[in-house]
Ligand binder design. Structure first.
Ligand code: FAD
Length: 324
């Protein structure tokens, strides 16, 4: 980006920050500088900034909690917009939530209000926008189960849209938003009025399970790889040749846990530089303190190659790569 372009952007957005370290905004605590950085406290800030960026030919991205991103060591040579509008409105059977609200906090708030359906999301560190983008899920629930509609902005057409659930093309850690660029502004979830006590109990159970199974004391991006979903019986038969003794729960779900495969491949504790495959959970790559994005990328490649060589399975990334 040329100095002229930057000063033209600054004229319209005097509060823009230059060279903001993305390591301050990602859960992995990794990432070089965003050349330009703004925090959007309301949707109009994004629309205004995007219009100026488009005019000046500046690439731009939005993000939320940075809990599912690996940003390159050289950073992002464009405008990074962090979404920070977080209003939550609860009604009798619905929650209308702005994209910057923290998913885990929404899970607690709705449970305390006696609205069931989002308990699974407690402990998901990102925002509602990020959760919709990747159809986040765990512990038997996912975004698509209770989402009614999404208010967003279609970047290609420049038009606001409201998509009902059926038009979001949700799949396993997937949605249309991964393939067609949009900014998610807010969403409505349908919830079930319930006694708050069992909801709060479930929340505590999930938090305990997370603490026991996940290396929460280190920076990470959560699960690095998608679980391997097998399509049919013939694929399963092929897999059984390579992967011995697949646990019954995985056979029932027709998905082999990537963490389990990585463990079977003997990769727990594997290190490159400051990045390590967690000894607690094979699908978490943790930052031991001084990891670079390069360390993480090299380690993910090593893990993928070992799993491919041992089991003939190509693991797919769950984490979003920015600035590579
Ligand atoms: C300890 C830990 C545990 C985790 N547990 C789980 C889990 O159980 N289940 C699970 O599914 N995930 C889990 N994750 C991953 C992550 O928290 C989720 O994917 C989360 O939903 C990402 O939200 P975010 O706001 O941090 O997204 P970000 O990392 O900020 O962004 C991820 C992607 O979403 C896009 N995006 C974000 N907001 C918007 C928006 N408003 N409009 C359009 N695009 C947007 C970004 O451009 C980027 O491509 C975990 C992560 C960690 C660190």
């Amino acid at each position: 980006m040329s100095p002229e372009t930057i000063s033209a952007f600054k004229k319209q957005f005097p509060d823009v920050v230059e060279n903001e370290p993305m390591s301050k905004h990602t859960n992995l605590r990794i990432g070089g500088p965003a050349r330009l950085f703004i925090i959007a406290n309301e949707p109009s800030v994004i629309l205004d900034a995007a219009a100026v960026a488009r005019k000046l030919d500046i690439p731009w991205i939005v993000f939320g909690g940075g809990s599912n991103m690996l940003v390159s060591d050289s950073g992002y040579d464009g405008l990074a917009i962090q979404i920070a509008f977080r209003d939550v409105k609860l009604r009798q059977q619905t929650a209308t939530v702005e994209a910057g609200a923290i998913m885990s906090a929404v899970a607690r708030q709705t449970a305390e209000a006696g609205l069931g359906g989002l308990e699974w999301a407690v402990g998901v560190p990102g925002t509602v926008g990020g959760a919709i983008y990747g159809n986040a899920g765990c512990y038997g629930g996912e975004v698509k189960d209770s989402l009614v509609s999404v208010d967003c902005y279609d970047i290609k057409t420049g038009k606001p849209e409201v998509y009902p659930n059926a038009k979001c093309a949700f799949g396993y850690r997937d949605s249309r938003f991964k393939r067609e660029p949009h900014v998610i502004f807010r969403a409505t979830f349908k919830l079930t009025p319930t006694d708050p006590k069992p909801l709060k109990k479930r929340i505590e159970e999930i938090l305990q399970m997370r603490k026991a199974k996940q290396p929460l004391e280190f920076g990470s991006a959560g699960c690095m790889f998608k679980n391997f979903v097998f399509k049919d019986e013939s694929e399963l038969e092929r897999l059984k040749q390579d992967v011995k003794e697949i646990p019954a729960d995985m056979l029932a779900k027709k998905a082999i846990s990537a963490g389990w495969l990585i463990q079977q491949a003997g990769m727990l504790g594997e290190k490159i530089g400051g990045a390590q495959v967690s000894e607690k959970h094979g699908n978490f790559i943790i930052n031991l303190g001084d990891a670079t994005a390069q360390d993480v990328l090299m380690l993910t490649s090593k893990v993928k190659m070992k799993v491919r060589d041992d089991y003939n399975i190509m693991l797919e990334d769950e984490v979003q790569l920015i600035g590579f």
